[in-house]
Design a protein around this ligand. Structure first.
Ligand SMILES: Cc1cc2nc3c(=O)[nH]c(=O)nc-3n(C[C@H](O)[C@H](O)[C@H](O)COP(=O)(O)OP(=O)(O)OC[C@H]3O[C@@H](n4cnc5c(N)ncnc54)[C@H](O)[C@@H]3O)c2cc1C
Length: 391
């Protein structure tokens, strides 16, 4: 493939699409506004649909070296501590979907993609904030804040939730604050008392809150995310606020002792106010002409299906495949990419919103949820439409 590709953003989505294009032989130039390639200290779950793409890129061994592969996902009541349901992972996921379910430190996933890119002829530029682009019949030109310009055949906006590329392409305003706050922490398991150490995924459900914990770094660290309803002051666009643990603890006062023990045992938390857009309404939100959107730039979502980065990775795989298809001109290839992706992305966005309502249910609805989970167990917790579907 000789299509010159310009990528804006060096997060998980940007690095993934750089790898997908360069593996297909395309020349790639990537622009990242931060002074270096880094990721925040938080965990990420990767469903078997996502692990499959990473395996297809030859990253199986690298992933196995840094991820954890939990055997089960247990849902517990945040109030009583009782088990509500279990989804078998590990060998069961492998058997059902052909790839495992993984949990990983975001920085490890980012580093793994960056390392894979070292063997490719990709031009990575940091400290380079892209301000705008111009589409012509024959190509696309981008302009950076420090006065540089670059030309290519395709431009990929992988510039995240507050995407500049999206604003220029769709002009549809800013994402909407949800009033959900994510407190995130990561601790070495050895720093926790034995009763709090864990190698499974646990999801605790309570009224207007939920907590997810899972192992990362081969099980040596525990990642914990607590979601509560509330507001933050200050710059919402910035990911990484330092959090006041007292506020989190007070939001958890009605929860059961084992969950409060875990929250109390962790001293340092970061805070992220969750913002979203409505589920995608059409292919025009995924690509137009020579410009494609990918990952959070195209479809920011609540993390309640744990698939935001996953969909970015699937986007990357599909985009490189469409552009690499013989005989297609760039706008036709991008139209094909958009047609193949937007409905799935919209379904995941909508599913995450729905999960938020179920996870945080109160009163009779929460009673119904708990009863249904006990009755249906895995049938309710598994997502074959998501995990089986091939990008
Ligand atoms: C609490 C929480 C838990 C989550 N858990 C999961 C999970 O378990 N599984 C999962 O799959 N997903 C999860 N997600 C979602 C996931 O984090 C995101 O969907 C994913 O990181 C999006 O990646 P991205 O590359 O599209 O965007 P980003 O990670 O935001 O990267 C965008 C990049 O573009 C750069 N950039 C921005 N503007 C410019 C510009 N003008 N010029 C140059 N560079 C620019 C930024 O500096 C950044 O590096 C979670 C999210 C949250 C908040």
């Amino acid at each position: 493939m000789t299509t010159k590709t310009l990528i804006i953003g060096g997060g998980i989505g940007g690095l993934a699409v750089a790898l997908a294009f360069s593996r297909a032989g395309a020349p790639v130039e990537l622009f990242e506004r931060s002074p270096e390639f880094t990721e925040v200290g938080a965990g990420i779950q990767l469903g078997p649909n996502v692990v499959k793409v990473l395996h297809d890129w030859g990253l199986q061994e690298a992933l196995a070296g840094v991820a954890a592969f939990p055997d089960r996902l247990q849902v517990r009541s945040a109030m009583s501590g009782h088990e509500l349901g279990v989804l078998r992972l590990g060998a069961a996921t492998l058997e059902r979907y052909g790839s495992p379910y993984a949990t990983i430190h975001r920085a490890d996933l980012h580093h793994l993609l960056l390392t894979a890119l070292k063997d490719e002829s990709v031009q990575l530029t940091v400290n380079s904030s892209v301000e705008r682009f111009v589409q012509q019949d024959t190509g696309v030109t981008l302009f950076t804040a420090d006065g540089h310009e670059a030309q290519g055949d395709v431009l990929v906006g992988a510039d995240g939730l507050w995407s500049q590329v999206r604003q220029q392409l769709l002009n549809d305003g800013a994402p909407r604050a949800t009033g959900h706050l994510a407190y995130r922490a990561m601790v070495p398991q050895s720093s926790l008392p034995a009763r709090l150490q864990s190698h499974q995924i646990t999801v605790w459900l309570g009224p207007q809150l939920h907590v997810v914990q899972y192992p990362v770094r081969g099980g040596e660290w525990l990642n914990v995310v607590a979601i509560v309803h509330g507001r933050t002051e200050g710059d919402m666009a910035h990911w990484d606020h330092s959090a006041n643990p007292a506020k989190l603890r007070s939001a958890m006062t009605a929860t059961c002792a084992p969950l409060q023990d875990l929250i109390q045992a962790i001293e340092s938390w970061r805070l992220w106010a969750l913002s979203i857009r409505p589920p995608m309404r059409g292919a025009h939100e995924q690509a137009q002409g020579r410009v494609a959107l990918l990952g959070d730039a195209a479809h920011p979502m609540l993390p309640y299906l744990a698939q935001g980065a996953g969909m970015a990775i699937e986007d990357a795989h599909c985009l490189a495949r469409a552009v690499g298809t013989r005989g297609l001109d760039v706008p036709t290839a991008l139209a094909q990419y958009a047609a193949s992706r937007w409905q799935r992305n919209a379904r995941v966005q909508a599913g995450a919103i729905r999960n938020g309502k179920i996870f945080h249910a109160t009163g009779l609805v929460s009673w119904g949820r708990d009863a249904a989970m006990k009755l249906l167990g895995e049938r309710l917790l598994d997502n074959p439409w998501l995990y089986r579907s091939q990008p």
